[in-house]
Design a protein around this ligand. Structure first.
Ligand SMILES: Nc1ncnc2c1ncn2[C@@H]1O[C@H](COP(=O)(O)OP(=O)(O)OP(=O)(O)O)[C@@H](O)[C@H]1O
Length: 205
């Protein structure tokens, strides 16, 4: 179980606004996160990854306390074993597709498997600027999986994919997540629950 109890002052167009989130997420499940634009969905993912710091907070993943502001516990992002799919992909311009994946794992067989899941074999030597938007997005997803993350945080990860690609990616990703025992939190407007992909949902209000 992931236990989250955080308070973050977020900047809005007319000053500051407190973002208070107290909830739990089931581990080894896919949870879709809903909420209106600007409510703080991306901020929640970044706080879980350790990329944004809340003013006050507590995060426990199973029996590991990742963040406890009162006790000055704050695990570094790299200690959290989290994969992150950023809304803007955040790819490395100088690395090829294959190098992006090898950055996360030395396991060449696993890299080949990821390339197949993302239908990216033909582009493995390409750099991001030689890829389409949908290919860049698939690479961002594969890179996040390369480290075999304990938690996979995905921010609008399928927005640039057409329906057919999205369907086949969802079909191939789910067994991998089950095999890796990865907990997945995904922010997306695409109805993953009706697709039978997301198992749970959480709405940020
Ligand atoms: N590091 C930060 N510190 C303080 N405020 C922030 C920080 N990052 C984002 N914000 C503010 O937090 C608010 C929520 O942003 P966020 O991107 O988390 O929303 P969202 O729910 O993901 O929105 P959308 O669905 O439009 O992507 C915005 O008003 C933004 O300006």
């Amino acid at each position: 179980m992931i236990e989250v109890d955080i308070l973050k002052n977020i900047k809005t167009y007319n000053g500051h606004h407190p973002l208070r989130i107290k909830t739990t997420f089931a581990t080894n499940k896919i949870t879709q996160i809903f909420g209106p634009s600007g409510i703080g969905k991306t901020t929640l993912l970044k706080i879980l990854a350790g990329l944004v710091q809340p003013e006050q907070g507590f995060i426990r993943v199973n029996n590991e306390v990742w963040l406890h502001t009162q006790k000055q516990i704050n695990w570094l992002p790299q200690q959290r074993k989290v994969g992150f799919v950023f809304q803007d992909y955040a790819l490395f311009p100088h690395l090829t597709v294959e190098q992006h994946l090898l950055y996360g794992t030395p396991d060449k067989e696993y890299v080949a498997r990821l390339l197949a899941i993302g239908q990216m074999q033909a582009f493995h030597q390409h750099k991001p600027k030689q890829l389409s938007g949908g290919q860049q997005q698939r690479l961002a997803i594969l890179r996040a999986l390369a480290i075999k993350p304990q938690i996979l945080l995905m921010d609008e990860p399928f927005s640039a994919l057409d329906y057919t690609l999205k369907k086949s990616l969802l079909t191939d990703l789910k067994p991998l997540l089950i095999e890796l025992q990865t907990t997945c939190l995904v922010v997306t407007h695409y109805p993953l629950e009706t697709e039978g992909w997301a198992e749970l949902s959480f709405t940020l209000e």
